[in-house]
Design a protein around this ligand. Structure first.
Ligand code: ADP
Length: 603
């Protein structure tokens, strides 16, 4: 926001424009102002006017002759000719010789016109331009004069500020932050004992889990001003500007203490300094300044810094050491109960019609973040409006989960009967393999209505409760389930399609993780072959082993997946009748619920 915006045209352009205007004004307009009344005529006219005694006054200058008519209204000008008897003739014609047909402009006016006026115009234009540019780029901070000032947004609390009650779930994080609120309310209690509040608190977690909301809620609960700024706003085009912004932010914060300073996406400035040549000087200087500022202010002065990031591992260790961001509050994806609460909080903002089972909806939306849940509720409301209803219903919520996860229904995607049958078999294959391995309902619902995300069919998994550990068998079963779709195609049609691309990817990822990360292979025992980077952003892994080892890992991955694929085929073969029956059911109805599935399976 506060990056140095160059105005659309550089400032110099406007100054040049003014200069050119001035030069033109002086060159063209100025002479004309004084000589506006002069009409140029040829020498013949002058002679004939002399003969006809029509000349009133005459003035012979070094290079021209100026004369007026008898009334003295019009001034004429003509060139100077070699004409020896001119003076006599003029005298005889009764013309009056004059020295000042054209009155000299008063020197004061002259100075005014050629010096003062231009300067005035200059200043006026300058003023106008500055005002216009400031307005167009959003306030007084945008121009060069204000570079390096922080423009942290200040939210002075009002009664409708965000409170902890607005942030659903996240009980651990709230509990942790409640202490800060208490401190901001009654600092004496802490000072008496000599306890120091942490200066900085780092909120870490995946995107959309409510980190920003929590920070605002702390300020809302404590009823103190809230300064918010994103890490990337510090990083400027010019070295040193970010640092001066940090200084400015802290200066403002100290003036307003007690208050909360919130730095979003702190990894933008807080990345590890790697000391390489040609590193990002600006970022490093900004970080250094932040470190200095954090050291500089006394604990217990009422300024609490909250920062959010989804890449805590990339932060500079100097930033996370005690005395700086020494407390880390994880803000994780919500569990079932958390999801239900978040749905309820957001459902209050829309009109609901009829009974809604939020638990069921939460169960269906497994793995969704707070932001996604908010989106689901909003989609439901939009759907109700689209259908001309007065409020959102359970069905709206359920459909919008699918919209948020899998995209809108494709209204005019026409699958051939054969394709539809293959998709049915594929989806039933997954579900059947899963059901036979665990002996429980594996899915909420399966549909084969194509979605805009490209999915031709869609299986909504059953929430497996809060599950923190997975055994080797469970992972193997999961891989078998992933291969179940393709296995069903093979069993039923004896051919394969492209539909399994995503399953293949996921199965491979799991198998690789088993071997390289979870120590679940005989050969590699408990040796880590890959490291996870970006834990909160998809959890990519990078290999950390030699090329030969990689080859062996690849071989094992293939073996592992192959074994599970064979297992899936065996399960489906053994249940061939049920597979046919279920596929037919799904083919006819296009949607099958978990209960219907189990009924047919056990029937
Ligand atoms: P983050 O900063 O973690 O990326 P935000 O705090 O900006 O996420 O959350 C984005 C939106 O998601 C919020 O405006 C809110 O509507 C919704 N949201 C996220 N988590 C929660 C929660 N725990 N309770 C209620 N709403 C939430």
């Amino acid at each position: 926001m506060n990056t140095v915006k160059s105005p659309k045209k550089p400032l110099i352009f406007y100054y040049l424009l003014v200069m050119v205007a001035l030069i033109l004004f002086n060159a063209l307009l100025m002479p004309n102002i004084s000589e506006m009344r002069i009409q140029e005529v040829d020498y013949g006219t002058f002679i004939s006017m002399t003969e006809n005694q029509e000349i009133g006054e005459v003035e012979i200058q070094s290079n021209r002759i100026l004369f007026t008519d008898k009334e003295g209204k019009q001034v004429y000008e003509t060139g100077l000719m070699d004409d020896p008897n001119r003076t006599e003739r003029l005298y005889e014609s009764g013309a009056k010789f004059s020295g000042e047909i054209i009155e000299e402009m008063s020197p004061l006016l002259n100075i005014f016109l050629s010096w003062v006026l231009p300067v005035l115009i200059f200043v006026l234009l300058g003023q106008l331009l500055t005002r216009k540019l400031m307005k167009s780029s959003g306030g007084a901070n945008s121009m060069m004069f204000n570079m390096g000032k922080s423009n942290a947004k200040v939210y002075v609390q009002s009664s409708d500020g965000i409170k902890f009650a607005d942030v659903a779930g996240e009980d651990e994080a709230k509990e942790n932050l409640a202490e800060i609120v208490d401190y901001l309310h009654t600092p004496e209690k802490y000072k008496e004992i000599g306890a120091q509040m942490p200066k900085g608190i780092l909120l870490v977690g995946p995107p959309g889990t409510g980190k920003t909301m929590l920070a605002k809620a702390v300020a809302g609960e404590a009823n103190v001003p809230f300064f918010s700024m994103s890490g990337s706003e510090f990083v400027e085009m010019f070295v040193g500007m970010g640092a001066s912004k940090v200084r400015d932010l802290f200066k403002q914060a100290k003036e307003k203490a007690p208050c909360i300073v919130f730095i979003d996406e702190i990894d933008a400035i807080g990345k590890k300094r790697d000391g390489q040549m040609g590193g990002n000087d600006e970022r490093e200087q900004t970080l250094n300044q932040l470190l200095t500022e954090m050291d500089g202010f006394e604990g217990n002065n009422g300024v609490i810094i909250l920062a959010a990031t989804n890449r805590p591992e990339s932060l500079d260790p100097a930033l996370t050491r005690p005395g700086r961001f020494d407390r880390r509050v994880p803000v994780e994806l919500p569990d079932l109960k958390g999801r239900e609460e978040i749905l309820k909080v957001h459902a209050k903002k829309i009109k609901i019609e009829g009974p809604v089972d939020f638990e069921k909806v939460a169960r269906m939306a497994s793995g969704a973040s707070g932001a996604e849940l908010a989106n689901i509720v909003n989609e439901a409301a939009l759907r109700a409006v689209r259908d001309g209803r007065k409020g959102a219903t359970q069905a709206d919520l359920e459909e919008s989960i699918e919209v948020v996860i899998a995209g809108y229904q494709k209204k005019n995607a026409i699958l051939t009967a054969e394709e539809k049958r293959i998709v049915s078999a594929h989806e039933i294959g997954h579900a059947l393999v899963a059901a036979k391995q665990t002996n429980s309902a594996p899915v909420q619902k399966i549909t084969i209505i194509p979605r805009t995300s490209g999915a031709l069919g869609y299986t909504m998994q059953v929430e497996e409760g809060n599950h923190y550990l997975m055994s080797k068998e469970e992972i193997e079963n999961k891989i078998a389930t992933f291969t179940g779709g393709r296995a069903a195609e093979e069993v039923m049609f004896g051919s394969v399609t492209t539909g399994a691309a995503n399953d293949i990817e996921q199965a491979t990822k799991l198998a690789r993780a088993m071997i390289a990360r979870y120590g679940m292979s005989e050969e590699f025992d408990m040796v880590a072959m890959e490291n996870v980077t970006n834990q909160y952003l998809g959890g990519d892994a990078s290999l950390a082993c030699s090329a030969e080892t990689q080859t062996r890992i690849d071989k094992q991955v293939v073996e592992l997946v192959k074994k599970q694929h064979e297992k899936a085929i065996r399960i489906l073969m053994d249940n061939r009748v049920k597979l046919n029956e279920l596929t037919e059911y799904l083919y006819q109805r296009e949607t099958i619920t978990g209960e219907e599935f189990m009924q047919i399976l056990n029937g």
